[in-house]
Design a protein around this ligand. Structure first.
Ligand SMILES: Cc1cc2nc3c(=O)[nH]c(=O)nc-3n(C[C@H](O)[C@H](O)[C@H](O)COP(=O)(O)OP(=O)(O)OC[C@H]3O[C@@H](n4cnc5c(N)ncnc54)[C@H](O)[C@@H]3O)c2cc1C
Length: 531
């Protein structure tokens, strides 16, 4: 049943779901849900994940893509979060090379401005102590412009370099799901949970709606894990005083040549003294992020506002004045909503950046909800949720430290560089041999100036549960962000390669293309001037 993970498989799997006795149903196909499913499947639980839109459709494809300890958490005394994050970063670097890669971060220091080299070095020593290795170095003002060409130099004292990591967040979710599926779990997208079933005061299942037109159904389970991120309060009210405060963070993506950086530069925005970043990702340059209350409808994808665009352009002007980056340089944008547990309830008036990023569990008989959390710490969060679920059904769960990812099969793909092979192995894991066959068939050309092979698109269309064109272009691959105008000029070639593999008619493809381009304009281009 787990062989061809595509729309046909989904059609056959859906009617059978109600006939199976599930130990665990997980709601939400972001990194939290994927992590819980992975840990449950590894322990032999019969488990199922349901995602209302697409895997990683929520915040887990719209993060800043850092697998990091979070220096600012240490500065705020959030020790547990920093310690877990640093440990998980080390683990992911080791387990998933090519998907989670080390990245040098640089904090420049300016005369009379916080943080100075001493304070920052002290903070990093604590950070290093948590990671168990020294990992930072000071570069003087003479060296720094070589490390970050174009960086503002008046008043520059130097900069401190430290190591963290970057990932492709949506591919991380896909890979974790692939591991869970390999251990027997099922994961379906396009399935919305519309309500919880209760019997004698205990949650015992869910009511579902198939967004692709199937009949509503009821599914039963021994225990339910709700991992719906910013939507956590939709299915179950928050515990008193622990409501979610949805906070939006937006990013700009610039062509790599327009603002070339080899390291991630972290600096304080002059407007509000918040840390912001400029970093290289997939051959392009990311500028992020913002942190403000998100009052829009959560059922719509979040979008960057004019105010955020100006804030991020001002960050570029502040730190790279000669580059003269303007809105017209922007390739694409994305915005995500942080599922942050508010210190003072949902109507908390504190500064968004002061809210803790620690997660909490809300529990009722038969149901555990994860609220808050981070991409980096998905594994310990998942184990905590599973332990709480296990306690409700008499199963003991502890962190045995087992790897999330199975070793990637050794495959040589002639014609690809070592770096390309590493990237493919990281992103596709146990599916690498099948991808290698497609590379052999289709060649090793990349799409435009991106690092994505045409063969990756073909593989996704065949076996990565693509229901809509945006699944393919925004999450299985990131071409919709990396190519100009969402890759519009490549759509005919993408259609040639993928339409048949997806089993779509001409009319179906055309409808998907229109839908995708409209969605891209609304949520990934520059904001409307009245936004
Ligand atoms: C701007 C920004 C930058 C960030 N940067 C970082 C970073 O660099 N590093 C880091 O570690 N963390 C970062 N984070 C935090 C991290 O991205 C999130 O904590 C994480 O992605 C949340 O994952 P999740 O699975 O809990 O939620 P989501 O990814 O939002 O997944 C929840 C899923 O549940 C689904 N769902 C909701 N309701 C239903 C329903 N009724 N039925 C079925 N499915 C449903 C949604 O469609 C969604 O896909 C960032 C967050 C933001 C917003």
């Amino acid at each position: 049943m787990n062989q061809d993970w595509n729309a046909q498989w989904r059609q056959q799997a859906l009617p059978r779901l109600a006939t199976q006795p599930w130990d665990l149903i997980v709601i939400g196909g972001g990194i939290s849900g994927a992590g819980i499913l992975r840990e449950a499947a590894r322990r032999g639980w019969r488990c199922l994940l349901l995602e209302q839109r697409d895997f990683a459709w929520g915040t887990s494809s719209r993060s800043s893509k850092m697998v990091h300890g979070g220096l600012r958490y240490i500065a705020k005394g959030q020790w547990r979060l920093t310690r877990d994050s640093v440990r998980e970063r080390q683990r992911l670097l080791q387990e998933a090379p090519g998907l989670v890669e080390p990245m040098g971060f640089l904090m420049p220091h300016y005369r009379g401005q916080f943080p100075g080299p001493r304070v920052f070095g002290g903070l990093l020593s604590l950070y290093d102590a948590l990671a168990g290795r020294r990992n930072h170095r000071f570069h003087d003002a003479g060296q720094l412009p070589f490390l970050v060409p174009g960086v503002k130099t008046p008043g520059l004292l130097g900069g401190t370099c430290f190591l963290d990591a970057l990932t492709d967040d949506a591919r991380l979710v896909l890979r974790v799901l692939a591991e869970a599926r390999a251990d027997g779990a099922l994961a379906l997208n396009g399935v919305r949970v519309t309500g919880l079933l209760r019997e004698e005061g205990r949650v015992c299942g869910v009511e579902i709606d198939d967004s692709e037109g199937g009949a509503p159904r009821q599914l039963r389970c021994s225990v339910l894990a709700v991992a719906t991120g910013a939507w956590a309060e939709r299915l179950r009210p928050a515990d008193a005083g622990r409501q979610l405060r949805p906070l939006r963070g937006s990013h700009l993506l610039l062509p790599g040549w327009r603002l070339p950086v080899a390291h991630a530069l972290s600096f304080m925005h002059a407007e509000d003294r918040r840390p912001v970043f400029v970093f290289p990702w997939e051959g392009a340059t990311v500028v992020g992020t913002t942190d403000l209350d998100h009052h829009e409808d959560l059922d719509l994808s979040a979008s960057i506002s004019q105010q955020e665009l100006h804030y991020l352009l001002a960050a570029c002007a502040q730190q790279f004045p000669e580059a003269r980056i303007v809105a017209g340089d922007v390739l694409s944008t994305w915005a995500g909503v942080r599922p942050v547990v508010a210190a003072g309830g949902a109507d908390s008036q504190g500064k968004p950046s002061n809210e803790t990023r620690e997660h909490v569990l809300w529990q009722e008989p038969g149901c555990v909800t994860l609220a808050g959390g981070k991409l980096t710490t998905f594994r310990p969060q998942a184990i905590e949720v599973l332990a709480a679920c296990g306690a409700m059904i008499g199963r003991s769960v502890s962190d045995d430290g087992a790897p999330v990812f199975a070793p990637v099969p050794a495959v040589d793909i002639p014609g690809l560089s070592g770096a390309q092979l590493r990237r493919l192995a990281g992103r596709h894991g146990r599916d690498l041999p099948r991808l290698a066959q497609l590379v052999e068939q289709l060649g090793h050309e990349c799409v435009g100036a991106s690092d994505t092979l045409w063969a990756e698109l073909a593989f996704a269309a065949e076996a990565e549960m693509v229901l809509h064109l945006d699944d393919l272009l925004l999450r299985r691959t990131r071409l919709g962000l990396l190519l100009a105008e969402g890759g519009a000029s490549y759509l005919p070639a993408i259609r040639n390669l993928c339409q048949e593999r997806l089993g779509w008619s001409d009319a179906h493809w055309q409808a998907e293309e229109q839908r995708y381009l409209a969605l891209w304009q609304r949520h990934h281009s520059l904001p409307r001037t009245d936004a």
